[in-house]
Design a protein around this ligand. Structure first.
Ligand code: PLP
Length: 381
């Protein structure tokens, strides 16, 4: 006898079509996507093995090599957000028992520590107060002490607004047979980066910041040295979805099915990278620098000060000190509710002490800065 099961309608909301407020996203990310990117994303999907799609994947690879200034053949976009690309990098690079040295000067350094530990690394960390960066002497001493298989650094620490200089680090790493792994989530597209010239072996990023694209398709690249380590692993990569040996067969000549790529996000990423190539890297970096200096000047004129020393400030993300007696959360809420502008609050050590203001990709424009400064003039006590 078949049993009749009645449908549970408790979750069956009767909704009107989607309506989302239009915001200016000047927080730590996501940033607003470029309108042309959103248009491209609206194109009808094709199959993930369609020749037109495979050609688009090739274009993405080539353009990613350009924006990262690398010739690494294994340069792809991971289906997922920056964290997926971060996890892919760790999962593939780390073998259980590997000593992994991590520079921690903010929230994302800590995330690397947690992740590397989960993949069986013998994690060692060096720390700095949030907002500061490591110098070459400090890194050299730590490398001598720990002799790690991998040194991981966050190029652009989004929780602090500090830019970790990378020049010279790889030369130190080579002395100890150490691979250099770098988080470029908040730098790619907006901050000078020369992966090959700087000797970076592993890097990952995201789509929703300097690339002016929605989140969900995240760049990852591995040098020949990193690929060799991967090929010589004794144990399988402990994450099927993110295994580069499998994924490499989809992105490489074999074109073997691995997973259904989020087709429309790849359309968006391809368009975002095309726009960046059209602008030119040097122009994009200069635009980010010029607009952030305009922001700093405007904020200083309002009596506000920045948390990070100017030399190490990111052009993509600024931490602004919340003046004593001001309710930082209330100001951010007012900016959102009354002016449709999103800014971020502080994380971890900087919680309650700073606002985080992002000028990334499409949003790194004078008009965005003017809009924010005008709104701040109204909401600040
Ligand atoms: N690393 C850094 C430095 C970040 O700023 C972020 C996100 O803001 C991530 C990793 C994680 O990226 P996602 O939030 O896209 O997963």
């Amino acid at each position: 006898m078949t049993q009749t099961i009645s449908i549970n309608d408790s979750g069956r909301l009767q909704l009107t079509p989607l309506e989302i407020p239009s915001r200016l996203l000047l927080g730590p990310g996501p940033s607003n996507a470029h309108p042309t990117v959103l248009q491209a994303m609206n194109t009808s999907p094709v199959g993930h093995l369609d020749p037109a799609f495979l050609a688009l994947m090739d274009e993405i690879q080539s353009l990613l090599r350009y924006v990262w200034q690398t010739e690494n053949p294994l340069t792809i976009a991971v289906s997922g957000t920056g964290t997926a690309a971060m996890e892919a990098t760790i999962a593939n690079a780390v073998e259980p028992g590997d000593i992994v040295l991590i520079g921690v000067a903010g929230y994302f350094g800590n995330r690397l520590v947690d992740m590397a530990g989960r993949y069986g690394a013998d994690v060692r960390s060096i720390t700095k107060p949030w907002g500061q960066v490591f110098n070459l002497d400090e890194l050299k001493t730590a490398l001598e002490t720990h002799r790690p298989a991998i040194l991981a650094l966050v190029h652009a620490e989004t929780s602090t607004g500090a830019r970790q200089p990378l020049e010279g680090v790889a030369d130190l790493c080579r002395e100890f047979g150490t691979l250099l792994l770098v988080d470029t989530v908040t730098s790619l597209g907006g901050v000078p980066l020369f992966l090959d010239a700087w000797g970076v072996d592993l890097a990952y990023s995201c789509s929703q910041k300097g690339l002016s694209c929605p989140p969900g398709a995240s760049p990852l690249t591995m040098s020949a040295r990193a690929v060799e380590k991967l090929q010589q692993r004794q144990s399988k990569v402990a994450n099927w979805y993110l295994d580069m040996l499998l994924l490499g067969k989809y992105w490489g000549a074999e074109r073997t099915y691995h997973h259904t790529a989020p087709i429309n996000l790849y359309y968006a990423l391809r368009e975002a990278l095309r726009l960046l190539a059209e602008e030119g890297l040097a122009n994009s970096w200069q635009r980010h620098q010029k607009n952030v200096e305009y922001l700093w000047e405007g904020l200083e004129n309002l009596g506000l000060s920045m948390h990070v020393e100017q030399e190490y400030r990111l052009p993509t993300l600024t931490t602004v000190r919340i003046p004593a007696g001001v309710d930082g959360k209330a100001i951010a809420r007012q900016l959102l509710n009354e002016h449709n502008i999103e800014i971020g609050g502080g994380l971890g050590e900087l919680a309650g002490l700073v606002w985080r203001v992002g000028l990334m990709g499409f949003n790194s424009r004078k008009e965005s800065v003017d809009q924010l400064l005008a709104a701040l003039r109204q909401v600040l006590p």
